[in-house]
Design a protein around this ligand. Sequence first.
Ligand code: ARG
Length: 463
Amino acid sequence: MTTDDQILKNKNSKLLDRFNASLMFDRKLYSQDIRGSIAHAKMLCLQNIITADEQQKIEKGLLQIKDEIEKEQFVWDIRHEDIHMAIETRLTQLIGDTAGKLHTARSRNDQVATDMAIYLREKNNSIATKLKDIITTFASIAHNHTSSLIPGMTHLQHAQPINFGFHLLAYIQMFRRDYERFVSSNLRNNFCPLGSAALAGTPHDIDRHETARLLDFTAASASALDSSSNRDTALEMLFNISMTSMHISRLSEELVLWSSYEFGFVTISDNYATTSSIMPQKKNPDVPELLRGKTGRVYGNLLSLLVVMKSLPLAYNKDTQEDKEGVFDSIETIEMSLDILDDMMKNITINTDNMQKACAVGHLTATDLADYLVRKRDMPFRTAYIVTKDVVKYADGLGKDISAISIEELRASSEILQDIEDEVLGYLNLKNSMNSRDSYGGTSTKQTKAQLKQITKWLESIR
Ligand code: ARG
């Protein structure tokens, strides 16, 4: 081999090390890995596979490694490939050959699956807690606005008057479902893979139920073949994050609209908006825009892992190492997004006057007139609809909103309405209209308050 060949070989092997390694990102799992190893060693000792002395040496060594990592004294070397090998190598340096006994009756396949299961369990819980905080914040804003009118829209067109608290409650319901999704993911993530070994179990007389118990799982996973390459919890995490991001994104879109001159419904705190570098009059809603934009990357991470997994024959394949970066990235993104959303909403100004003004255009109470005619005149809804459409046209001609029309004008608008009772005006009133939708789940102040009460009760139940 010439010197040039040698250099080339070294260069290629460096490249290969880099390509093959996961250490630079899976080192995030060091504490879960060490926890799993300590439990595994304990179980091996209880089963008389290693001695108590060996178990203690292993545990002490692992705890020292944890300490070294946390004090940033640990030397990371990409040639160790991944967090599992890096820790084992260091353990060998610290306690000698005994370190090798730790890998009895396990493989890196069940080891990484266990590390991820513990990590995802922790994150499902911490993200759920953040969602609970968001719901608390939204509920306290909603509480102050159970009769603040805002135009309810469909197709982004004025539809019917609702109150702002009711509007926020829709997001509260979305975030509540998100909360439940993260929490329930852990019901399926509650089976410990450790001891599945490479794919088929082990001839050693281990007690997987004990390992599961030591690691706070409900039970040991039932199939070694499944659990040594299962990435369902990671995928659920990515999906749950995508769903939450989609909800945050819809809200962000509304905040972008609402903070524009055209709407003026909210004022985002200066901390969460920026100015333009060339247009001095501007205040841009960068933060809601970014919250909306982040959705793209978390959808991407979900799709990537779905594609990675789709053609993998059983059991472990190195492809699955590709699960981590996307999962870490999505988790970091959602944690940041939830914290920022929470604080931004705590500091937002709600411009109820502008919301109220916006309700006075677009004939939000037109449906109320139709409903009135159905109920009081026994008119078929289709006829009432056509009559009301004519009234709207007539009001437009006068340059008036239907909620501000006078009884004389209404009577003049259509032959059918020439003797309409005075009381109809009460039905065209915006606030009355909002309050008339008093069906369960509806927008009336009474129903909104009842919905908020339900949420408060639920919040208390999950504390
Ligand atoms: N770093 C690997 C991963 O994340 C650990 C498992 C390696 N197993 C193997 N048989 N090469 O998937």
